[in-house]
Ligand binder design. Structure first.
Ligand code: ASP
Length: 356
């Protein structure tokens, strides 16, 4: 841990907490505080499984490995944050840094992006989404792209080489190959193992009679036939993301994902949807991970950015958003503002932060 990270974690632990309006515990907490005459001091709040942040005004990068990723893989996001900071040290922009961080995790088979992207229900298809945005308002994305190793680099090419914001499906894949990206199915033994484990859990669920499940077989739209053991299971996601601030105080955010594992062919989540998976502006940058459909409905990244632009710290803004989110759905957020950074998730989430 660097001295900056140490200072940040001390700050995260020592700052006073305030009651959360609307939180289910808030009413109880208020009654308890009035009873002891302590209103205005501190109110108890259930700790979030992942919460960190602090002050830092220099160049910095924060990376997440997806909500649900265990702390045991935090070396991945930490290495990614170091790569992002190195890009800044070389004189790169916040966008260069945010891309560098996300490429590291796209190349790490432990994460659901690029090489480690989820194999879908047919046991063959891999469809990926990626997006980027700068604080100056530049945005680009690819959705349901196949057969490329680094979708975030294709998103950058969409921004640099086309008049478009968003390319999807076969058009995105063909564009990538046409401009020189290798035609390669980005898989690895780790992704194959995850697929097999998932199918085993599907079978276990299928054997149960005490639960109702969505029957994916009914709407099968994959280009490949249905494996005999496909049935319903809750979605499994994880996305990787980076937010960065450069020495000129400019912000950027990037995201990349193999999407959720149990979906119909062609499903696209929040990652490439403008203002939902990520957002950046002159006041900061925000990147999400979690239940894409719920993130989209809340216009999540833009909502968190608006809080930062209105004066909240990145740390307070991400914490509040996670507390306001229905606990039954996964959500993780990273953000950076002019003076600091924040990480919050309602599940464990591996992350890394590096700053100067
Ligand atoms: N948000 C991603 C999606 O819905 C998945 C995740 O972050 O876990 O595609």
């Amino acid at each position: 841990m660097t001295s900056l990270e140490l200072a940040a974690s001390v700050d995260a632990q020592s700052r006073p907490v305030k009651p959360v309006p609307g939180h289910p515990l808030a009413a109880t907490a208020i009654v308890a505080l009035i009873a002891v005459g302590a209103w205005g001091a501190t109110a108890p709040r259930a700790p979030l499984p992942t919460l960190a942040g602090g002050k830092s005004a220099g160049p910095l990068a924060v990376v997440h490995g997806g909500v649900g990723s265990p702390p045991t893989v935090a070396d991945g996001p930490q290495a990614a944050a170091a790569a992002a900071l190195a890009a800044l040290a070389r004189g790169g922009s916040s966008l260069d840094a945010a891309i560098a961080g996300t490429v590291v995790l796209e190349n790490d088979p432990r994460f659901n992006a690029g090489t480690g992207a989820n194999i879908r229900l047919d046991g063959k298809t891999i469809q990926m989404d990626a997006s980027l945005m700068t604080g100056e308002g530049r945005f680009a994305a690819v959705g349901a792209i196949e057969r490329v190793k680094n979708p975030i680099l294709v998103a950058r090419a969409v921004m640099d080489s086309t008049p478009h914001l968003f390319l999807v499906g076969e058009g995105a894949t063909t564009f990538a190959h046409h401009i020189g990206f290798e035609d390669v199915v980005p898989t690895c033994p780790e992704a194959e193992a995850k697929y097999r484990a998932r199918m085993q859990r599907l079978n276990e669920l299928y054997a149960r009679t005490d639960t109702t499940v969505y029957d994916w077989r009914r709407y099968w739209n994959f280009p490949n036939p249905m494996p005999p053991d496909v049935i319903a299971w809750r979605k499994q996601g994880d996305t990787v993301g980076t937010v960065a601030r450069d020495s000129l105080g400019r912000f950027a955010a990037t995201l990349s994902t193999g999407g959720t594992s149990v979906t119909l062919y062609g499903r696209v989540g929040d990652v490439p949807v403008y203002g939902c998976g990520l957002y950046a502006g002159p006041a900061g940058a925000v990147a999400c991970t979690g239940e894409g459909e719920e993130i989209i409905k809340r216009f999540m990244a833009h909502s968190v950015y608006e809080r930062i632009a209105a004066g909240a710290s990145a740390r307070d803004a991400v914490e509040q958003a996670v507390r306001d989110f229905p606990q039954r759905f996964d959500l993780g957020l990273i953000a950076v503002d002019r003076n600091g950074w924040g990480v919050a998730a309602n599940r464990p989430m591996a992350y890394g932060m590096k700053g100067r």
